[in-house]
Design a protein around this ligand. Structure first.
Ligand code: MN
Length: 485
């Protein structure tokens, strides 16, 4: 466990934190209507009568959203509940034209699971998932167009959401960050959520409390709502935990409350007290029957699951000999892992990993390019590594070749040729000379094979002479030994 102990002159405290994450489901249409889920369209163009809450409109469950939820549940190592129920959560707000949200309450589609997070000290920790349910997203309120008015964009209204709830297992901001990154990585691998926190398709609420180190009590908590980046979530948790410690040490108490995180100041800001739990008057949604899944549906999804980051990481360590650290960096997103695998195919995986994590990542960073826009393809990077392995160029020259590739996207071989950077270690060229020398000196070949081993030096001399001194002696030696038996 990574240590995060809040120590003051008065005592030592620990963090107790749980997360709720809303992930927008990747699907063409909304969870209960046929309207498009496209992000970034003009306001209020993707709104059906169902999304607008028109009287008499009946929701129809989108099967694709169910499939995505089951896939995600399997990716969270969780129990899939074959029986789940939709409920109405009643509340009145401008972002919900129905006057209620269709969600799942007592019977969620996904039960308990876990995600393993890797921490900077080399340890791992399991974070338990309590449940995951599916529900409709609300519309988006816009407060910054007009100082006196608020606007509402209903395009988001009715988009499918997966709400993942963890147990209060987090003891450090680092664990919170590692979890969010791992969850994002899993849903992106699965293709069930695009994980873009800055676009709001993955939003995090954190329930934060503190307690004296060593105690098991659970104190009142503050909930920080709708944090939209991994970094902000870590900052919010740290700030809020320290604020609570200060409060307790000043003899005050914390009343259960809701806060907002201000990215500009790095501080949490009080919104409202939660003295009574909200009364949403949940009841089973009368317009939708219980959702019943059969084994065949679940098994078909399970059997077609992609290889997830943990499994891929384990394989890179076991089969390709990478260190766990290198493997986890390369597996963080699927595109990088695929790029690495293509570049490493049939090659020294460690060497390829070093190139990718070193010069290659640095080049993308410097150019501010995403991997898919890389001027150097996986295949060309692999061939550059080949040129080093085959002694065509040395490591130092390879860096120069790489720099040119990054600018021109040229083939590594062409660059070496054009620049005349080839070491005179072209094995096939040397081999031709070796063959010629052996063929024109059959007597000495016979003598060598008869036991005159010291003739090897003479053969080397002949080959060097023929190549006008440009052949690599080590390769000449090696080829001669091979051919003379
Ligand atoms: Mn929710």
């Amino acid at each position: 466990m990574a240590d995060f102990i809040i120590e003051t002159p008065k005592g030592k405290w620990e963090l107790v934190c749980g997360l709720e994450i809303h992930c927008q489901i990747v699907s063409k249409s909304k969870i209960f209507s046929g309207a498009s889920t496209e992000f970034g369209d003009d306001a209020n163009v993707n709104v059906s009568f169902i999304d607008a809450g028109m009287p008499g409109m009946l929701p129809v469950l989108n099967k694709e959203c169910v499939r995505q939820a089951v896939k995600t549940g399997l990716g969270l190592n969780a129990v899939i509940n074959k029986y789940s129920v939709f409920s109405r959560k009643n509340y009145f707000y401008a972002d919900s034209p129905q006057g209620y949200q269709i969600t799942q309450f007592e019977y969620p589609i996904v039960g308990e699971g876990k995600i393993t997070v890797d921490l900077s000290d080399g340890t791992s920790k399991d974070i338990r998932i309590e449940r995951m349910h599916i529900e409709q997203d609300a519309a988006k309120s816009i407060h910054d167009i007009n100082p006196k008015k608020s606007y509402v964009d209903f395009n988001r209204c009715g988009v499918g959401l997966m709400e993942i709830v963890t147990k209060p297992d987090f003891r450090s901001p680092e664990e919170v960050g590692a979890f969010l990154k791992k969850l994002r990585s899993i849903v992106r691998y699965l293709g069930t959520c695009d994980g873009n926190m800055d676009e709001g398709s993955m939003r995090c609420d954190a329930s934060i409390s503190v307690r004296p180190l060593g105690s098991n009590e659970l104190r009142e908590r503050a909930e920080v709502k709708n944090v939209n980046s991994v970094k902000f979530a870590m900052q919010a948790v740290e700030y809020e935990a320290k604020r609570q410690v200060e409060l307790y040490e000043n003899g005050e108490t914390l009343k259960q409350q809701t806060c907002r995180f201000n990215p500009a100041t790095g501080e949490t800001k009080f919104l409202r007290f939660k003295e009574f739990s909200d009364d949403y008057r949940y009841f089973p949604e009368p317009d939708l029957p219980p959702l019943v899944l059969d084994d065949a549906f679940i098994e078909e999804i399970r059997n077609n699951l992609v290889e997830l980051p943990d499994a891929k990481k384990a394989r890179f360590v076991k089969e390709l000999g990478l260190t766990p650290y290198d493997a986890s960096v390369l597996c963080e997103n699927k595109e990088t892992a695929d790029f690495f695998e293509e570049a490493a195919k049939g090659r020294d995986a460690k060497k390829v990993a070093n190139w990718i994590m070193g010069d290659f990542f640095a080049m993308l960073n410097a150019k501010k390019l995403p991997l898919e826009k890389s001027p150097i393809s996986a295949e060309k990077l692999g061939r550059l590594v080949d040129l080093i392995s085959k002694n065509v160029i040395n490591g130092k020259t390879a860096k120069d070749v790489f720099a040119i590739m990054a600018e021109t996207s040229q083939e590594p071989e062409a660059i070496v040729e054009e620049k005349g950077w080839k070491q005179v270690t072209d094995t096939s060229a040397i081999e031709a000379i070796v063959d010629e020398v052996l063929q024109s000196n059959p007597d000495n070949v016979a003598a060598y094979k008869g036991g005159k081993n010291n003739l090897l030096g003479w053969f080397v001399g002949q080959v060097m002479k023929q190549s006008k001194g440009t052949a690599n002696p080590a390769i000449v030696n090696q080829l001669l030994k091979q051919k003379l038996g």
